[in-house]
Design a protein around this ligand. Structure first.
Ligand SMILES: *Cc1c(COP(=O)(O)O)cnc(C)c1O
Length: 455
């Protein structure tokens, strides 16, 4: 007799894993599109019941619902920042779930944390950071940015308090954080959460912030505790002048955080590496593996140059945590989190499988797709390139089109499952934006489709 508390376990496991395997191998249908909640209610109704539906029916319901999820890894998806994980990484995410390791502290997850730390060491090599640098994986760029800046503010507070600059470490007019007009929208939320004010630095015609713009703001305002520089803005892929910004930050003892959620991956690409000069002097850095490092949702790799202020900011203390050995490298001591899955492992497995060189090649491939596409747009009569791509994002216009034309074109192609490209805007002007993050994209086919469907 089977005495297990949960019934039909074996069948539930088999059904779910088979579904996952099929999806991992074959990808999803690009024609899938979001439906309204009313439509879905009509289709599947109430799914949580007193007696349960059994695994077969529950999975059949998910089949219906999944048609309402957009395929973010389709090779013809160029909207937002698409996700293009290797199948190896996706499959390993299922291993991470099955292993169900508590990844917050070393004594619970040493083996998996060791593998995650291998990835941290790997990225440190590209950053040119010292041995003492530490890092962990959080859920996304928003949490990575939040954690880095919480640490920066705590460090400034302690330093100002100790030096007697401000009695309680808090500047009279509050803490100030410098970003640019092009910095990611998550920073506005982070400023609210941390209760700090944003100072907005000007950018040049290519959307880049410079050391001079930062210097002017620091001179005009008291209480600046950090600067956020972007290596790859989300809208255009622009990279700030890290070298001059790093110099100014170092002169004024201000924390430099580099947001590379999307474009940090470009560090691996020799053809653009020079644009990252100065990153070796930053205090913290993030890159999202679920963006351009070919891993599935969700993961952000967060690295700090120096461990002291990190542990001081994030180590949690309580009776039930007293036994935790804080001499070990505990991921929970490095960010705004405690319980965590070891979400760095899908990237680790894929990197360990293919090797670093393959990753550099995959990123160079995407950069080349963007350059080819920009070239074709320039050569066409009806399209206009808005700016030369810095990384793998191409922004362009269709001569004579207004907002309505752009929306219709984008909507029709999306519904047909042919190509996903959404309008964006630059300085108030509507543009089309293609983000190339998938080395499996058939670039000739994609370019041809853009050229022909916009005629
Ligand atoms: C996507 C992005 C973020 C936010 O990352 P999430 O993983 O979506 O939380 C932050 N900064 C930049 C530059 C981004 O592109």
């Amino acid at each position: 007799m089977d005495n297990r508390f949960w019934q039909e376990e074996d069948e539930a496991v088999e059904l779910a894993l088979n579904w996952a395997k099929k999806r991992t191998v074959s990808g999803s249908d690009p024609k899938t599109t979001a439906h309204s909640a009313e439509y879905l209610r009509e289709q599947v109704g109430q799914t949580i019941t007193e007696e349960g539906l059994g695994p077969k029916e529950a999975l059949a319901i998910y089949e219906v619902l999944s048609e309402s999820n957009r395929s973010s890894d389709d090779p013809m998806n160029f909207a937002y920042i698409p996700s293009a994980p290797t199948r190896a990484a996706v499959a390993f995410d299922e291993v991470v779930s099955a292993a169900n390791v508590f990844g917050g502290i070393w004594e619970c997850g040493a083996g998996s944390i060791y593998a995650e730390n291998q990835v941290v060491e790997w990225i440190k090599g590209y950053l040119g950071w010292p041995d003492q640098a530490i890092g962990t994986f959080v859920s996304g760029g928003t949490y990575g940015n939040l954690s880095a800046l919480a640490c920066a503010r705590d460090k400034a507070k302690n330093a100002w308090q100790q030096a007697g600059t401000y009695p309680d470490g808090r500047p009279q007019d509050g803490y100030k954080l410098i970003i640019s007009e092009e910095t990611h929208s998550s920073l506005e939320i982070i400023a609210k959460v941390l209760d700090v004010d944003l100072l907005i630095a000007e950018v040049d015609e290519k959307g880049r912030m410079s050391g001079q713009a930062v210097e002017e703001l620091i001179k005009d305002h008291e209480g600046v505790f950090a600067v956020v520089a972007s290596t790859g803005t989300t809208n255009t892929g622009s990279i700030d002048h890290l070298e001059s910004i790093a110099k100014v930050c170092s002169n004024h003892q201000v924390w430099l955080h580099v947001d590379g959620a999307y474009g940090g991956a470009g560090l691996l690409a020799p053809s653009v590496r020079r644009l990252y000069k100065g990153i070796e002097a930053a205090d913290s850095f993030i890159v999202d593996p679920h963006k351009w490092l070919f891993a599935p949702y969700d993961a952000c790799l967060l690295v700090y140059r120096s461990p002291e202020s990190v542990y001081q900011t994030f180590s949690q203390h309580a009776a039930y945590l007293d036994g935790v050995d804080h001499s070990q490298s505990n991921p929970s001591d490095m960010a705004v989190h405690l319980s965590r899955r070891t979400r760095g492992l899908p990237l680790w497995y894929s990197l360990a499988t293919y090797g670093s060189k393959k990753y550099s090649q995959a990123i160079e491939t995407c950069l080349n797709y963007a350059r080819q596409c920009a070239q074709a747009i320039k050569a066409s009569d009806h399209l206009e390139l808005v700016m030369e791509p810095t990384l793998s994002i191409v922004v362009f216009k269709r001569k004579g089109w207004d907002q309505e034309d752009y929306d219709k074109w984008s909507h029709d192609l999306a519904l047909a499952g042919k190509l996903l490209c959404l309008p964006s805007s630059i300085k108030g002007q509507t543009v089309l934006r293609l983000a190339f993050l998938n080395p499996n994209t058939e670039i000739d086919q994609a370019i041809q489709m853009v050229l022909e469907t916009t005629k």
